[in-house]
Design a protein around this ligand. Structure first.
Ligand code: HEM
Length: 371
């Protein structure tokens, strides 16, 4: 057998990692276009390239998790693996946030040494970034557009097809919503979660109203204001207690997650101390973390852009800081999972689960295994 055909043939560090190609991929425009190359352009390129490498891994992890959840029944073992992969995505995002601090070691004046050579290149043209947004399930309707450009406009027809097909084949949002809708235990024999929850909420709200009314340090005006504020939280409770209110709020664009999935997410959050619900709760936390990290990055990047460019427009033609900041406000994906916190009630008010259901929700150990 020749050496090349042997699958166990040795390999060296450089060729395994493709370092020749990788380390030859930093082409400074300022080196080609001016007498003295701009010192910081290498930093600028490497930070962006690092992002793209990490984006590649994030896509790899998200695609694998979506694949697992597309099956109708998620195996317990796969749930653990999926959580680990989503936690990995979250850790990568945190690292990427820190990359911006490295970028900021370049001053705005140093940036001007080569910025002119970048037009019209821009992060707006990062295909992998758009792929991540679509894999996570960013809603088309909530996208902020700038100057009438669609986010897909910089890409080839083939790339656009790939981006749009993600919506058809299923996003992380879609598969998680389906999975939540399949959550058992909302109705268990004569235990109706919603019925018990309603009672607990009513008790909690009347206690809060009483506490406000009895307060000796609030003026009458303040008492009325606090009671009104409490009333606005009621709308959220109504949305989970009444499917029609939820439907209306969905139509008005206030909610995205289906009623059934929202109810399941609430149950998982409230009874997360029950052993069987630990992994689902962890999974929901991963989604909230990933969404928060994405938003933190958007604001942090917008802040960096303000520092670097002030009020200059971006090389891609946007209003720069203002456009980016508005994406932080509206490009949320799992906002409904954040909003579950509004619906939480203290553990002390939580309806007691029937013993048979409690048993179903715990890990049962059979001593006969050791016999
Ligand atoms: C000096 C550093 C940077 C500056 C001044 C900057 C500036 C901008 C500006 C002005 C935009 C808006 C589009 C435009 O008009 O061009 C933008 C978008 C973007 N940038 Fe940056 N950027 C910097 C670094 C980075 C880095 C390190 C990344 C990492 C990949 C990045 C990724 C993006 C992405 C993904 C968008 C599109 C965001 C969206 O449309 O939601 N940028 N950048």
């Amino acid at each position: 057998m020749s050496k090349n055909n042997n699958k166990y043939s040795t390999i060296d560090y450089g060729s395994y990692l493709g370092l020749d190609k990788l380390l030859d991929a930093q082409k400074l425009r300022s080196k080609d276009l001016q007498e003295i190359p701009a010192h910081d352009e290498l930093l600028f390129i490497i930070v962006h390239q690092s992002y793209e490498l990490w984006f590649k891994l994030i896509i790899h992890e998200l695609e694998s998790v979506i694949k697992v959840f597309k099956t109708n029944r998620v195996d317990e073992k796969n749930l653990g693996t999926s959580i680990a992969r989503l936690e990995r995505v979250s850790e990568i995002q945190k690292l990427l946030l820190d990359h911006l601090a490295i970028m900021e070691t370049m001053t705005p004046l140093d940036f001007l040494d080569f910025r002119n050579y970048l037009f019209p290149a821009s992060g707006f043209q990062s295909f992998q970034f758009r792929k991540i947004e679509n894999l996570l399930g960013l809603d088309e309707a909530s996208r902020v557009s700038y100057g009438g450009y669609h986010y897909s406009s910089p890409f080839s027809e083939e790339q656009q097809k790939e981006l749009f097909s993600i919506k058809e084949t299923g996003t992380l949002f879609d598969v998680m919503e389906d999975w939540l809708e399949r959550t058992p235990f909302l109705q268990f024999r004569d235990f109706d979660f919603l019925k018990y929850y309603r009672k607990a909420v009513e008790k909690m709200i009347s206690k809060e109203q009483e506490a406000i009314k009895m307060s000796s340090y609030l003026s009458e005006k303040e008492i009325q204001m606090r009671l009104r504020m409490l009333g606005s939280t009621d709308t959220y409770f109504e949305s989970i207690l009444n499917p029609e209110v939820h439907q209306k709020m969905m139509e008005e664009g206030n909610f995205r997650l289906s009623y059934k999935a929202s109810l399941a997410a609430l149950l998982i959050n409230l009874y997360r101390d029950e052993p069987i619900l630990h992994p689902p709760f962890k999974l929901l936390m991963c989604l909230v973390d990933i969404d928060s990290n994405m938003t933190s990055w958007r604001y942090r990047h917008a802040q960096m852009v303000l520092r670097m460019l002030g009020r200059k427009v971006g090389t891609g033609g946007s209003s720069g800081h203002d456009y980016l900041k508005s994406t932080g406000d509206s490009h949320h994906i799992f906002k409904d999972l954040h909003n579950i916190s509004t619906l939480l009630i203290p553990r002390s008010e939580l309806p007691e689960l029937p013993p048979a259901l409690k048993e179903q929700l715990s890990f049962t150990y059979s001593s006969s295994i050791n016999k």
